[in-house]
Design a protein around this ligand. Structure first.
Ligand code: NAD
Length: 254
């Protein structure tokens, strides 16, 4: 694990922190000196973090990002621990076989549900946390979109719509709060190997196809993207706002 104190003095809130990219980012942030509120709708296994000596450097919070009241409860947990959030990573998202149906076959129920988690969840995260950042005149928000928030594909309608909404909502927020020294950027991962994609990648031919369509020749690991999020969270990116950081093994360059 790296330890260059790139996030010394920072307090981060990461959603979807229990798995995949959110967990890897939490681990990296901890190793770089940040305190982390690890939020997830599901219980988080923190045994590895405790074994690595981070027991007093994080707090886990049960949070459904699409639930406004849940965000309020999270805020009171943060306040009662006397912490100020200066980094917000809106990472949680829902993706399953039903969100991957084409437009005509996407049910209205799945549309509503996935928009609520994947788009409204990001809106609520910023709506609740940015006022705290404004008070302290410092903040970095990183919204996890996708390559599928920039281009279409044969898979999914609602996932594209939600991820696309993050891309421009990020820019609006970046402009609206730049004068408060709150930066807002989006990250656009390509195909990653996580719990979200495990079943899909294990279907005959899918992993091979994704490896082949990625110019660097492989599906990414969460750490490949976590390093980009680390840069945007740190003061190294203090002149970066409203940008789209694509980390995709070259997929979108084609
Ligand atoms: N895996 C990929 O190929 C890929 C590609 C591009 C972008 N992404 C994006 O990266 C982010 C992380 O995905 P991942 O691949 O690590 O997935 P993952 O399934 O491994 O982790 C997602 C986490 O979010 C949590 N979560 C789901 N719904 C939630 C809710 N309503 N409230 C709070 N937490 C919730 C889950 O419990 C899980 O811990 C997502 O935004 C995803 O869309 C993933």
């Amino acid at each position: 694990m790296s330890n260059n104190n790139r996030l010394k003095g920072k307090t981060a809130l990461i959603t979807g922190a229990g798995s995949g990219l959110g967990y890897e980012t939490s681990k990296l942030f901890l190793s770089e000196g940040s305190f982390v509120f690890m939020c997830d709708i599901n219980p988080i296994d923190t045994s590895e973090l405790v074994e690595n000596g981070f027991a007093d450097k994080f707090i886990t919070v049960e949070l459904d990002v699409s639930d406004s009241l849940g965000w309020e409860k999270t805020l009171s947990i943060i306040n009662s621990s006397n912490k100020n959030i200066n980094v917000l990573v809106n990472n949680a998202a829902l993706s399953n076989p039903e969100t991957r149906w084409d437009l005509i076959n996407t049910s209205e129920e799945i549309w509503e549900l996935a928009m609520k988690v994947n788009s409204t969840g990001v809106f609520l995260g910023m709506k609740k946390i940015i006022p705290e950042m404004i008070k302290n005149k410092i903040g970095s928000v990183i919204n996890v979109s996708s390559i599928f928030g920039k281009v279409g594909s044969e898979m999914g309608a609602v996932y594209h719509a939600a991820k696309g909404s993050i891309t421009t909502l990020t820019k609006a927020a970046a402009i609206q709060y730049a004068s408060n020294n709150v930066r807002v950027n989006s990250v656009h991962p390509g195909f990653l190997e996580t719990n979200m994609t495990k079943k899909l990648h294990n279907k005959p031919g899918v992993r091979d196809k994704r490896n082949a369509s990625t110019p660097l020749g492989r599906i990414g690991e969460p750490i490949d993207v976590a390093y980009g999020i680390l840069y945007l969270a740190s003061d190294e990116s203090s002149w970066v706002t409203g940008s789209e950081l694509v980390i995709d093994g070259g997929y979108l360059a084609q």
